[in-house]
Design a protein around this ligand. Structure first.
Ligand code: GDP
Length: 650
């Protein structure tokens, strides 16, 4: 980008094949202070740097460290005291502890401050077996679109910003109405007279982000941290910063709602500094872009900055060979079966490929993009909704192409077996619908995972439709209902096995489970629920997610007796000598005492005696002595009723 009378750091860095940070550090050594990637230096200085760089290569010292090097590792590799390196980083505006891992940008910055260039030691990356075999030999890395996630505090405008970006700055005419929500989308932006793609993950939510990371999927290259200009740094903003830091991805701050009269962007920048996000004006290198999702102000700048950060970080992937990717979201769609949005991360995914995704497998039947267009193939950083899997995988699951159907199935089955074993050994808890309700009461985010079996396809579709509706109507319950498998037919042992592996509850609608299946369910602690009215089913699910599944107790009458004698012991204990007319009396149960029409008392049956011995139960047709806890006003002729409260299934 040409700038009158000077050149931007980022442009010069690109020309010199340096990162902006490395260039800023070199300028620092020359006594020129540049504030950030976007600041401008005069042409004379630029020429000096060009001259130095041309002379430099021969003298350039290389320091080799692993990709996960800490500050201490790098310092020691350069034979510098770690504490001196910490101090140096502080001078460069970054507080990094010796044991902290360095991002690539920080490593470059620190190394160049000591006159080194960083080379990352090549380490064999562990790839899944199936993928490994098919990797094209010598596959060259090529640059790919950056993958961006928007994070921030609730109501600061994550969703609005995603919508605004979708609508703005896309190449005119090419993108019509976006019809599908598939969990991710791409926009095409003009930058330096070239068209560039950016992939956005359309799943705002920190939990999803962390969950995916926990499952080993690193899907995001850049985090956009949204902060409302009329508000400030809030708890979830801090949480987002921490998540982004943990994932070691660069952060771009979008100061949103700039259209509001009470927008105070400077205050936000100040607050950001307290969280070690130092923007350019304060001498740091964090990019903060004022935007308004409402008026679209600043959106083109934001997109441009994303591309700049992408330029600096040089995101690359191997576009050859069989694909690997990550599941962004997955669900069962009525009429379509399981669909999963897969973000291809390397290689090419094609229709007809045999794919394993988490515990699911299948042949890719069709792929669509966010505009509902059918694709035959998809390369790195492309999100596609894939149909053809046998069940819905989980967000964050790794997806990869197998050699053939058999290999895909075997791999998926092996994973199922492993998941099953780890649940059975108690490493992961199995849940019942009542557990979900309890979690809901405790305010814990709930994942309700279901396997749905029904008598006919029509019922399956109706249930799926109802479950979707429940999710839509209960967005504030923070519940995630995911159907892992749906199908027609009785509940089988293989459903139970899958339920264990996926932590699911099995729902049967107008279907049966044979004795062996029920035994398996009982043995493995799987909650199997039978329904024959859809309303009952949906009501149970709603109750569970609202935490309303408190158990129902029902009174069970055990027996009746009449009092024929009254005894009192010297210690004042009153014994009702009674005859059991029907049923039986049990020690510990409840007793109701009525005299004529009056209910006099309800209390616990404390002692039960047959002749002189304590008894646990006394049956119909026998006489016995009964002591009712804390009650002595018994009379001959009183009627006693023994009952219990039992928890019953809803
Ligand atoms: P999220 O919870 O972070 O996804 O926030 P939303 O995108 O749902 O936005 C929360 C509220 O702020 C909504 O009422 C939006 O209309 C409003 N909002 C979002 N961005 C802007 C903006 O740039 N300007 C104004 N005035 N309002 C905005």
């Amino acid at each position: 980008m040409a700038v009158a009378g000077g050149i931007r750091i980022v442009d010069l860095a690109k020309e010199l094949k340096l990162t902006s940070q490395a260039l800023i550090a070199s300028l620092h050594d020359l006594g020129v202070e540049a504030k950030g990637a976007n600041s401008v230096i005069d042409l004379e200085t630029a020429n000096t740097v060009r001259g130095l760089m041309e002379a430099a290569p021969a003298k350039q010292k290389i320091v080799e460290v692993s990709a996960d090097a800490t500050l201490k590792d790098l310092a020691e590799a350069m034979q510098v005291q770690p504490n001196a390196a910490v101090k140096k980083m502080m001078d460069l505006g970054k507080l990094i502890a010796p044991h902290q891992r360095l991002s690539r940008a920080d490593a470059d910055q620190l190394a160049s401050a000591y006159g080194y260039t960083v080379a990352i030691k090549a380490e064999p990356k562990p790839v899944a077996a199936a993928h490994h075999k098919h990797k094209a030999p010598g596959g060259a890395l090529q640059s790919r679109p950056p993958v961006v996630t928007i994070m921030g505090h609730v109501d600061h405008g994550k969703t609005s910003l995603l919508d605004a970006i979708r609508k703005a700055n896309v190449v005119a005419g090419e993108f019509g109405g976006i019809t599908q929500h598939i969990g991710a989308y791409q926009v095409e932006v003009e930058h330096n007279n070239e068209k560039h793609k950016i992939t956005f993950l359309d799943t705002p939510g920190h939990a999803a982000f962390t969950e995916m990371r926990a499952r080993g999927a690193s899907v995001t290259d850049i985090v956009i941290l949204v902060v409302a200009a009329d508000d400030g740094i809030m708890p979830q903003t801090v949480e987002a910063i921490n998540h982004a830091r943990a994932a070691e991805v660069p952060i771009i701050v979008a100061i949103n709602k700039m259209d509001k009269p009470d927008a105070r962007p400077d205050r936000i920048k100040q607050q950001l500094t307290e969280h070690l996000l130092v923007v350019e004006e304060y001498g740091g290198d964090v990019i903060a872009v004022p935007v308004s999702a409402k008026t679209q102000e600043g959106i083109p700048d934001l997109l441009e900055y994303i591309l700049l950060v992408a330029d600096i970080n040089e995101f690359k992937a191997d576009p050859h060979g069989h694909a690997t990717g990550a599941v962004i979201e997955a669900k069962i769609v009525p009429g379509k079966g399981p669909v999963a949005t897969i973000l291809v991360q390397s290689g090419v995914l094609r229709v007809g490929d045999n794919v394993v995704a988490g515990l699911a497998y299948g042949k890719v039947r069709a792929m669509i993009n966010e505009r509902g267009e059918r694709l035959q193939k998809a390369g790195p950083a492309t999100p596609v909704e894939v149909s053809g899997l046998n069940l819905a995988p989980a967000a964050g699951d790794i997806a990869e192409v197998a050699k053939n159907e058999k290999e895909a199935r075997q791999l998926a089955e092996k994973r199922q077996e492993k998941a099953r074993n780890s649940r059975l050994s108690g490493q992961v808890k199995r849940l019942t619908l009542a557990d979900i309700a309890r979690q809901a009461q405790d305010g814990v985010a709930k994942d309700l995972s279901l396997i749905v079996k029904a008598d006919v396809q029509g019922s399956v579709e109706a249930i799926l439709g109802q479950l979707n509706q429940i999710t839509e109507e209960n967005t504030d319950e923070e519940v995630n209902i995911s159907v892992k498998l749906s199908g027609v037919g009785n509940i089988t042992e293989s459903d139970i096995s899958l339920a264990v592996a996926t932590g699911s509850i099995v729902i049967g609608f107008n279907v049966r489970a044979d004795a062996a299946t029920m035994r398996a369910a009982e043995r493995d602690g799987v909650d199997v629920r039978h329904y024959n009215i859809i309303y009952d089913l949906t009501e149970d699910v709603v109750r569970a997610i609202k935490g309303l599944m408190e158990p129902i107790y029902e009174e069970i009458v055990l027996g009746r007796a009449e009092v024929r004698q009254r005894f009192q012991t010297p210690k004042g204990i009153v014994i009702a000598g009674s005859y059991i007319n029907d049923g039986m009396f049990r020690r510990g149960a409840e007793v109701r005492v009525t005299r004529g029409k009056d209910l006099l008392h309800t209390g616990r049956l404390d002692t039960l005696r047959r002749i002189k011995d304590d008894a646990r139960e006394v049956q119909q047709g026998y006489e016995c002595g009964i002591v009712i806890a804390d009650w002595t006003d018994v009379q001959v002729g009183d009627v006693l009723e023994c009952f219990e409260m039992r928890q019953v299934e809803r």
